[in-house]
Write a protein of this length. Structure first.
Length: 238
């Protein structure tokens, strides 16, 4: 019996390896932009496999790579629908708060600053301006502000001016709350953190602004009001 069990395990592993090889070969040959597959995984559906490319792009295929589809895979068993695709992408793009590149952010401290939050914002984002007004109502917090100019060239220029200001936090709030632009950035100012922020956001699929990241790693896209911010801060603190 032990020999039979071992044979079955080896047979299953060999079958999976062959299917993965077929998927990689056929998808890569037929769809060149998907030739570099990061991972092939079985799904809960017999005969359907997940393929992952570019870090966190998820597609689905059959065992031979003859068919490919993209979209959300839901589990209907249980009390609530579960979006398995969304859960998978969230896991792949999860950011540990302590691993954020804080050197590329500036801080705004209110009260004792004990609670912490990281925010990615574009200076031309209307929702961000609304969010900033609500954020003024939150006390005893340290805000790590990542300038994230993704809405166009003017966003980049405004971000440069804010980043190069003598007092970044004041320049940011002057613009977002009072529509007072910062002086043009000096030519010798190092604005490479802005490009790094954009690359970081692409890697972790920060696709819109504002995006909030709390100490427990919870990510919240979009403008939320002060009570919601307080709720997330309380949850993150435990």
């Amino acid at each position: 019996m032990p020999f039979l069990a071992a044979a079955l395990v080896l047979g299953s592993a060999g079958s999976l390896h062959a299917q993965e090889a077929a998927i990689r070969a056929n998808i890569g040959k037929r769809i060149p932009q998907l030739k570099d597959i990061d991972e092939v995984r079985k799904t809960a559906i017999p005969g359907i496999y997940e393929i992952r490319v570019n870090g966190a792009e998820v597609y689905y295929t059959d065992a031979t790579g003859d068919h490919l589809f993209q979209g959300n895979l839901f589990a209907t068993k249980g009390k609530e629908l579960r979006n398995l695709t969304e859960e998978r992408i969230n896991k792949l793009t999860a950011v540990k708060f302590e691993s954020l590149p804080f050197k590329d952010a500036f801080t705004i401290v209110r009260g004792n600053g004990q609670r912490k939050i990281a925010v990615f914002e574009d200076p031309n984002c209307g929702y961000c301006k609304r969010f900033e007004r609500d954020l003024q109502k939150v006390d005893n917090v340290t805000i790590y502000m990542f300038l994230y100019p993704i809405l166009g060239a003017d966003s980049t220029e405004k971000s440069k001016a804010i980043w190069c200001a003598k007092d970044k936090a004041t320049a940011w709030q002057d613009w977002m709350l009072r529509d007072q632009p910062a002086p043009t950035a000096a030519a010798m100012c190092d604005v490479s953190p802005l490009a790094r922020n954009v690359e970081f956001g692409k890697t972790y699929r920060i696709n819109g602004t504002p995006t909030l990241i709390f100490q427990d790693g919870n990510r919240v896209p979009g403008a939320i009001d002060a009570p919601q911010i307080e709720k997330h801060l309380a949850t993150a603190k435990g």
